[in-house]
Design a protein around this ligand. Sequence first.
Ligand code: UT7
Length: 322
Amino acid sequence: MTGKIKGTGSYRPVQVWDNDNLSHMMDTSDEWIRGRTGIRQRHIAGQEETVAYMAARAAEKALTDAGMWPEQIDLILVSTMSAERIMPCTACEVQKLIGAVNATCFDLNGACTGFLLALNTAQAYLGQQIYHRALVIGAEALSHLTNWQDRSTCVLFGDGAGAVILENEESAVYIQATHSMGNGGESLTCASRNRPEFTETRADLSSTYMQMDGKEVFKFAVSKVPEVILEVLEKAGKTKEEIRYYMLHQANQRIVSSVAKHMKEPLEKFPMNIENLGNTSSASIPLLLDEWNKKGELKAGDWVVLSGFGGGLTYGASLLQW
Ligand code: UT7
């Protein structure tokens, strides 16, 4: 018994900043950002658009898509590293906002691999038949964790949320592989502000924003993502030819192209929406999944590989049948 995706939903904040907006704020250009990353614009959450709000709006759309009521959900998992509140967890806030009164709720932080890890966790509960219907959400307000003085990172990120509904089905297929490399963790960091040196003094806050050794993370991604995708295909006994889409975390168009080239697979099998959304960390895979679902690009029976990678360092891939 495994969960099958029955519905998807997403939320994009109203405010959009394109590269020209950023080039008025700092020494950067549309040419540099597009050339190095493929990003043209990103959505930036307003004050009312908290992580819980965005997650709840995405969840409501996923419920509608699945034709389910909130009361039918018995597990809510939210993957986030940018929630405004530590407690209550965002999943409990979503429960309150959508009225999913029968659900058990908790959050999970696996940085950009977080949505995949949340999906794996939900599948483990569903596989054991502890729960039968799960709502899994990736939601981020990365603009709160962005140092707007640091052009090497701030042009990359965006805000948003994506959600999927899983329901147990006898014939569903879900196979996953994940890895963590804690030794490489210092290449992508963001310190908590919840420490005395930050609250009691006017200490330098720069470490409490996202800091990245872009080149190191790039090298890690282009070597490990193809590896873990091939690992999951081998586990499943599937060939590359059988895969309809590879949906990768949207960190950089050049990373996606490099993975496609490395795997000798056509780029058309790697959907991308980073151009419009930037890097939304754990929201990027469900945002992409929802966009392709709503465009009618996913057909029943299609084999789809999801792959996430990022802070930790962490990475993984999952194979599912649409
Ligand atoms: O989601 C988590 C996972 N994250 C990732 O996978 C991100 C992986 N890394 C990357 O995507 C790329 O490394 C970046 C897009 C972040 C950077 O691209 P890069 O080709 O590695 O550029 P770089 O950092 O080596 O910078 C090249 C030059 C530097 O100038 P000099 O030293 O060559 O004169 C930077 O100072 O570009 C400069 N630069 C910029 N120029 C204009 C850095 N940021 C900017 C900017 N605008 N925003």
